[in-house]
Structure formats: C-alpha cells, structure tokens
Design a protein around this ligand. Structure first.
Ligand code: PHE
Length: 362
C-alpha cells in the first residue's frame, strides 16, 4: 500500500499511539466472547486502523522521529497483542469450563439409588433345593402349569374314575373343545414329559407351581410349590432312593438329620412311601413345629411303576427308577418362621424386605 501523501507530525503520531493503546486495552477488557476479541484486534491493529496508519507513515518521518515513533509503535503493538492473547486464553478457558459444566454428571454419593430387590423366600428355598441336586448331577427342568389329563393322570397310571383324580381336587379349565386341559395338580406330569423327550439315563428335578381346588387358610393355598425328582437308569434300587433323599435332606436341613420311609400309596410308584425327616427345629425331641412327633413329612416317593415306564415306551425289564415329589412352601415357612402361608402371596413390602440379603447358595 502506498504511504499517505501528507507527512505526519511525530507528536501527533505518538498521541495517536497512546490513544489507540488506551482504546485497545479498553476494548479487549470489554470483550466477552472470542468473536469480540477478533473484532477488537481488527479494529485496533487491522489494516485500516489508526495504528496501521501511523506505522505506514513512519517512512515519512525524519530519522530521529522515526526511531522514536517506531519504538513506541513496537511497544504499543506488543502490549496490545499481549492483552489480546491474554483475553483470548481466558475466554477459551471459560468456554471449556462451561462445556464441561454442561456435560457434568453428578456422581456424588450416596445419590438416589433405585431400591435393590431381593429374592422371595420361596425362591431362596427353591434355589437351595435345585442347587443340591445339580451338585449330584441332576438336570433342572420346568414344565407347563396347564396340563392335559394324559400327562397329569393317565400316563401316571391314574386311569379315569380312579379315586386319585377326585382326591386331587383338580381344577379343570373351561376351554371349548379341550375338556382334557387342567391346572397340574402335581409336578409328576413332568416325569412323563421328560421320559417322552428322550432315553435313559434320566436324572432331573422339576420345581414349580401346582394347583388344587382347596380353601384358603393360614396353612393351605390352592396354589403351592413342589419339586419333583426322577432318576431312571439300569439297576436303580430303593437303596438309591433312600440314599439320595438322605443326602439331599441332610444338605438342605443339616448333617444330623435322619430320614425314614413310611409305606404309602401313589398309583405311579411301587412300592410307594411317605418320606419323613427328623425335625430340624427340635432334632427329633418333639416340638410345636413337628406336633410333638419329632418327624416332618417331606413328600411322596417310590420306585417308578412299570406301567409308567411302559406308557412312555421304556423297557421295564431293562430300566428301573425312582421318583419323589416334595412341597416346599411349608419348608420355607418353618425355615423363615413365617406364621401364615398367605404372606407368601401378598407381596407386602414390609414382609418381603425382611429377606433382603438372605444367603443363597447358588
Ligand atoms: N405327585 C405326588 C403328590 O403330589 C408326590 C409323589 C411324587 C409321590 C413322586 C411319589 C413319587 O402327592
């Protein structure tokens, strides 16, 4: 760019520089955004600024004036640049801080945590039971709650008109065209489904809900829980059943427990038995829990009836097996001191939260 045509006065030039310095510092101090800083820079040091004009006119000054004004020009430029860059840095830091602030997540403890849930007492007991059988090599399976008469009765050697059908207080479903549908009255139909699905060896346990048309009382519900066990293989004997029940009940209720098998009848086992375990509250001495007899009923058991093996196409000459079925609602009640079975169904938080953190062995 060509130098201005009119020569300038050095005093005037120095005055302009001082004025521009003051103006510049003021603009920089007032800049509240990075764009403001850019603008200030252009206005003070830009090509068309009074500062640049002075710079361009230096050549027209006498040598001595040029040195004086030139030196002052450098000082003013440096001071202004310093101010500009200082402000820029400060604003950048501010912007960074506000971005961080906007992104901030409050991780201060304890915070508002969602309540953690806990296992239902029945689930705790169920896990303990299946865990013991898993350690003995059993598979855990579950079956349908809506069953048909074949699996719930016929295949289990309970023919139509057999008194066991009425004794079980069966709840039939009202599905048009499907008169055979019912709510399973026990977990035993899963014996049939398991055997229908494959060949021996079979070692399964089946926990689940079962249904019977009974009054609701403190001790009884029309819905309760059983765990079925089934072992079918070559050479299985009653001794295996007794040993398995003993191992299981000791693992669950304490190594001092004794068991006994009282002869009993179920159409799908022969011989059949009622399994009992020495009371784990009084260790057999007799207490309120075992009604003074020292023994607790733990469930039905027996050797799988040959007619059941035949119903699923197994060769009863080659295979034998045992089965058992145990309710565990009562067990949970005794274990946790629950006085009324209805508490297990009411989902009352005051009841349920008492099991928070209960030990589970799985
Ligand atoms: N299913 C029988 C019941 O509910 C119990 C049982 C299972 C008995 C297996 C013998 C063998 O009463």
């Amino acid at each position: 760019m060509a130098a201005p045509s009119s020569p300038i006065d050095s005093e005037q030039a120095l005055h302009t520089l001082d004025r521009e310095l003051a103006r510049g510092l003021e603009m920089v101090a007032a800049a509240s955004t990075l764009a403001d800083v850019e603008q200030a820079e252009a206005a003070i040091l830009g090509r068309r600024s009074p500062f640049s004009e002075v710079q361009r006119a230096l050549g027209d000054l006498s040598e001595e004036s040029r040195r004086r004004v030139g030196q002052r020009t450098n000082e003013v430029r440096n001071q202004l640049r310093e101010a500009l860059s200082g402000r820029r840095t400060a604003l950048e830091a501010e912007r960074e801080a506000s971005l961080l602030e906007a992104d901030r997540i409050d991780v201060t403890l304890p915070g508002r945590r969602p309540r953690s849930g806990s296992l239902h007492p029945l689930t705790i007991v169920q896990y303990e039971i299946v865990d013991i059988f898993m350690r003995m090599g059993y598979r855990v399976v579950e079956g349908p709650e809506v069953e048909d008469e074949w699996h719930n009765f016929d295949a289990l050697n309970i023919p139509p008109d057999h008194p066991a059908r009425t004794l079980m207080d069966t709840i039939y479903l009202d599905v048009p065209g499907r008169p055979e549908l019912l709510l399973r009255t026990h977990t035993s139909p899963m014996q049939i489904r398991t055997m229908e699905a494959g060949q021996p060896p079979v070692y399964v346990v089946v926990p689940g809900r079962v249904f019977r048309n009974e009054e609701v009382t403190a001790k009884n519900m029309p819905v309760f829980h059983q765990v079925e066990g089934l072992a079918v293989d070559e050479g299985i004997t009653l001794a295996d059943l007794k040993g398995t029940l003993e191992t299981f009940l000791r693992a669950l209720l304490g190594q001092d427990r004794r068991i006994r098998l009282i002869p009993s009848f179920f159409p799908f086992v022969e011989p059949g038995a009622q399994a009992e375990v020495s009371c784990f509250v009084c260790d057999g001495a007799g207490c309120k829990t075992c009604a003074g007899v020292g023994w607790l009923e733990s469930g039905g058991a027996g050797m799988v009836h040959p007619a059941v093996l035949e119903a699923v196409g197994y060769d009863p000459e080659r295979y034998t097996g045992f089965a058992f079925g145990m309710g565990y609602d009562r067990l949970a009640m005794i274990r946790f001191g629950i006085p009324d079975i209805r508490l297990l169904w009411e989902s009352d938080m005051r009841f349920l939260e008492q099991f928070e953190g209960s030990a589970v062995t799985v």
